[in-house]
Ligand binder design. Sequence first.
Ligand SMILES: [Fe+2]
Length: 187
Amino acid sequence: MATATYTLGDFIADLDRITRDETSPHVITERVAPLLAKLVKNPGVVPGEFRRRPQGQPRGRYMLHRAPRFNVTAVVWGPRETARAHNHETWGVIGVIDNEIEETRYRVEEGAQAGRATLAVKTVMHHTPGAISCLVPGDEVHAMHNPTDRDTVEIHVYGKDLSGLKRKTWDADGTEKPLITPKYMNC
Ligand SMILES: [Fe+2]
């Protein structure tokens, strides 16, 4: 017997319920992770126009659903595209739909010098379709890299709208820089 496809609407309803009942990032991400794992198996979950990059752009970023307590976005990483170490200021759950992504997690040790930190690599992970990665306070600084020659498509779920949110990124030498993500490409 065929099982019913888990849709974006189902996922949004579940996110609404989970974030209404829970405020702990650890509990929220623990509950959302298996649901996102189910969602990314739905081949039609991200419409075709949001599975590709705008011409000439290294990345695609599209809002699929914006709500007060969470948002759901589609992210496309072009071949060899990299986002250096950065933070998120909220919880996150990331699921791979197509191709693969390399994620490096860091431990940030603030130094004596303001604006300078030491970033120690905690783990380097290779995520393939169906893989889920959770970001929680204390473990949410990462770099992302598409090591392949074709686009990688993911769904990202965050507890805040990242567009316009004041975040941080770090150079390889630990120099801290402000990071503000522009608005999404479809809204
Ligand atoms: Fe990130």
